[in-house]
Design a protein around this ligand. Sequence first.
Ligand code: HEM
Length: 169
Amino acid sequence: MFFTMLVLRLVHIFAAIFWGGGALLMSLFIGRGIQATGEAGQQVARQLLNKQRLHIFMSVAAITTVLAGVALYWIDSDGFSPAWMRSGPGIGFGIGGIFGLISFVTGAIFGNGNASLARIGAQVNGKPTVEQLTQIQAAQKRMQTVAPIHLVTMILAMIFMASARYFLF
Ligand code: HEM
């Protein structure tokens, strides 16, 4: 079991660092830089999404974090035993996990929006058609709605994950 826990922890924490760090960097810096630099920024976005497949790597890191996290929670709680789930660390990792899952769902909606914008952007020839404009505006609206929820729940997941083992009550 020791080896399983070691591998699960390494997988969980490495994937969480890539996903969490990537989400903060995209939300607070790269995303804003792309928006502020017009066509040049759109070219960078299309390169990151259409060529370098950034959203695929972020999705794989997010799914890996969640699956390894749930496996760790299952092992630590001895199969979701109420006694451990009501303990300090159990409550801490539980709350952190719930924030992580909300960040996962909102991140998926944001990532899909980004991928649709990059796909439509690559299809636009000169001025976007009315249909393309409607699709762009719908994707941007979805992304604007979930972006702050994704960011705040990611930060809260990080805080609870990093402190849960010290919830000794
Ligand atoms: C999405 C749902 C998540 C679940 C169910 C989950 C679950 C867990 C569990 C059960 C542990 C304890 C492992 C052990 O006993 O050794 C843990 C540790 C950890 N998790 Fe998560 N996690 C999730 C998301 C995240 C996220 C989003 C991050 C950061 C971005 C993260 C970062 C960490 C870190 C750094 C540790 C090590 C903490 C320590 O050993 O004190 N986790 N996670």
